[in-house]
Design a protein around this ligand. Structure first.
Ligand code: MLZ
Length: 266
């Protein structure tokens, strides 16, 4: 979709909000340039079977990301990778490493037809040149995320989407990514050096749409509030604005002006 949320209004109205510093992320400070074109072929690790390298075709381009489809697979298992992903290589890489390109999990034809299928698929194909592949950034040394920090994150259930999010908790190398304005169904745990999380404003920098926050207002924050259910653990208290001072819930959790800063929730 063409959604293009910007944080500007929200950040203006919530001066005390924590923004995850760029140094927390395994991302280049400047997003890598996307030089791929539709239809180009490359080698990619099969996301459902990471030890096998497959041929993939670029079926979508958005910012620094590619939508990829494994050749010989269906169109229900597309996945997204950054152009600087360590999972991607030019055609020929696998063989140079002494490996063999594998049929994707769920190869739709007779396995014995694989070699000829491969030959046909690569014959006359538009092979992505080496120059399209960008160097993967280094991981930060350690997890420096803190609860309440804002970021942009891929919605794993709708991986074409990048959405405003908040760190809901931190546990060793793991962080809980909670989506602003949604009730928790999209939240997930990942490592701090995941390639699916980005600093605030990264979408804008890489020219990728950013989804607006959800409309599922200030649910589950709070014991202090009339109407809240005692004993029900909030899924992500800090992802949500505090309720307005007249004790009503706002349907817009993010854009709302609020007298309470987001890091004072108790
Ligand atoms: N169509 C979907 C999109 C949800 C996106 C949420 N992202 C955090 C829905 O409305 O369920």
């Amino acid at each position: 979709s063409g959604s293009n949320y910007t944080w500007d209004e929200y950040l203006k109205e919530n001066e005390n909000v924590l923004i995850a510093p760029a140094s927390c992320f395994k991302q280049w400070p400047e997003p890598p340039i996307n030089e791929f074109s539709y239809g180009m072929k490359l080698e990619a690790a099969d996301p459902r079977n990471l030890t096998s390298m497959c041929v993939a075709t670029v079926v979508g381009i958005q910012g620094s990301r590619l939508r990829l489809r494994l050749d010989g697979s269906d169109n229900k298992n597309d996945f997204w990778r950054l152009v600087d992903s360590g999972d991607l290589h030019t055609i020929g890489y696998c063989e140079k490493q002494g490996g063999l390109l594998q049929p994707p999990l769920g190869f739709s034809r007779n396995p014995s037809s694989w070699p000829s299928f491969m030959q046909r698929t690569l014959n006359g194909a538009d092979i992505a040149p080496e120059s399209c592949f960008k160097k993967e950034p280094a991981s930060p040394k350690k997890n420096e995320f803190q609860v309440g920090m804002k970021l942009e994150a891929v919605d794993r259930k709708n991986p074409q989407l990048i959405c405003p999010a908040t760190i809901g908790s931190v546990n060793g190398d793991q962080i809980h990514v909670t989506f602003d304005g949604w009730r928790g169904a999209f939240d997930y745990w990942c490592r701090y050096d995941s390639r699916e999380i980005f600093p605030v404003h990264y979408c804008k920098l890489m020219n990728h749409p950013l989804q607006p926050p959800g409309q599922k207002g200030a649910v589950g924050i709070t014991p202090k509030f009339k109407g809240s259910k005692p004993g029900k653990e909030p899924s992500s208290p800090l992802a949500l604005s505090p309720p307005s001072s007249n004790g009503t819930f706002s349907s817009h959790s993010l854009p709302q002006k609020s007298p309470v800063s987001s890091n004072t929730a108790s």
